[in-house]
Write a protein that binds this ligand. Structure first.
Ligand code: F3S
Length: 392
């Protein structure tokens, strides 16, 4: 891979030990994937923030990088394992909290904006069409590539940190137009309107076409607002394992029409919904996967006003959107009901195993992680129904 003199300097350790390490990671990655050069990135989003996933070895790596490493571009974090301020209310142990705060301190020392969210595009880390970025979180990667028209591979934690410290990423994969063309047309012959329709569509496409980039046709633009595409990006990234999709007439990237095509029927959507539902009882309701937008916070506040919850109810959201919601009076209404605003974290990265058995959620991605990481049985239903289950 060809390096500029400045990049060679970083690799030779002229900047800092952490930058040298970062450059070593990027060069190794670039060579593995046949990149010809490094390119500049406009922003970075780092996953692998929860101490639950990092454990002691991950924390040590971060503290080492923080000794002399400084980020070169706007860098934000994925959700942590707890609300960074009010962790007690979520039942987090003191020991876990102590270690989680050490993780955040290490990122902060490097100059990372320690806002912890999988929807950075809602709080100021929002790339423009055509921007090259290095993001980690699968739903955010899928949303940035598909809905915003940015260019990013799905970075692992270490490669995202390497990009943050150097401002670079190797040019391969999703950074090249030739790899962003649709590979299969998905003709939707079903009414895709509600959030659970979109979540089930992600699961249905994943089941039928796997990792191919789809050009999805037959969807009305009126049913494809940003919140729905947010939840769809999370679902299709989870069940198809892809970082880019096209929706005809909706998403901004240009693509050729592929010769292969498949159909998604009403029955496919119903089957996916059945698959996502297996709980008989519910002891946790959680929404905000990906983190809630201000419109979702408004809706939840309207639904909870004057009511009391009878089950543990988590509303996962970034601290910034929660602050906006507070200013608009939504947080007070939500908290008066006994529901918990889970800032900086989510139901998948917080240490919840063993505390609950049945999860109700409006997110197909939360179903996947609830089952896989926490052994939950799941009920997959609309936001309004989730709130109704919390108060019933
Ligand atoms: Fe975000 Fe956690 Fe869901 S990181 S996309 S809320 S699993």
């Amino acid at each position: 891979m060809e390096l500029t003199p400045a990049e060679k300097g970083m690799l030779d350790g002229k900047n800092s030990k952490a930058t040298k390490k970062g450059m070593e990671i990027l060069v190794a990655l670039g060579e593995m994937f046949g990149a010809k050069k490094l390119i500049d990135v406009k922003s970075v989003q780092i996953a692998g923030v929860s101490y639950h996933n990092l454990e002691e070895a991950g924390l040590e790596f971060l503290e080492k990088m923080a000794e002399d490493g400084k980020v070169q571009v706007l860098t934000t974090l994925n959700p942590a394992g707890m609300d960074l301020e009010e962790w007690q209310k979520l039942g987090i142990s003191e020991d876990f909290a102590k270690n989680q705060l050490k993780v955040i301190d290490a990122f902060s020392k490097m100059g990372v904006k320690t806002t912890c969210t999988c929807t950075p595009y809602l709080i100021g880390n929002r790339p423009a069409q055509g921007d090259h970025i290095a993001w980690s979180e699968s739903s955010a990667v899928c949303f940035a590539n598909s809905v915003l028209g940015a260019y990013t591979n799905r970075e692992g934690g270490p490669s995202a940190i390497a990009s943050a410290l150097t401002g670079k990423t190797p040019e391969f994969g999703m950074h090249l137009d030739e790899n962003r063309q649709a590979q299969v047309e998905v003709k939707v012959n079903a009414n895709i309107e509600s959030f659970t329709d979109w979540g089930a569509l992600g699961h249905a496409i994943g089941s039928k076409v796997g990792k191919k980039i789809p050009l999805i046709t037959g969807i009305s633009k009126d049913n494809a607002d940003e919140d729905k595409l947010k939840i769809f990006s999370a679902s299709i990234a989870t069940y198809a394992g892809i970082g880019l999709y096209h929706v005809e007439g909706v998403t901004p990237n240009e693509t050729t029409t592929p010769s292969e095509s498949i159909e998604i029927s009403e029955e496919d959507i119903e089957n996916s919904k059945k698959f996502l539902n297996d709980a008989e009882t519910i002891d946790l309701v959680a929404v905000g996967c990906p983190h809630c937008s201000i419109e979702e916070m408004k809706r939840i506040a309207e639904l909870l006003e004057g009511k009391k919850v009878n089950r543990e109810f988590w509303i996962c959201v970034s601290r910034e959107v929660a602050n906006q919601a507070k200013e608009q009076g939504f947080v007070d209404k939500i908290e008066a009901s006994g529901a918990k605003i889970a800032r900086d974290t989510c139901m998948a990265v917080a240490p919840l195993k063993g505390r609950f058995t049945g999860l109700a959620t409006n997110s197909a991605k939360a179903v996947f992680y609830g089952r896989g990481k926490n052994n939950f049985k799941t009920t997959f239903c609309e936001l309004d129904e989730c709130v109704a289950k919390a108060v019933e």
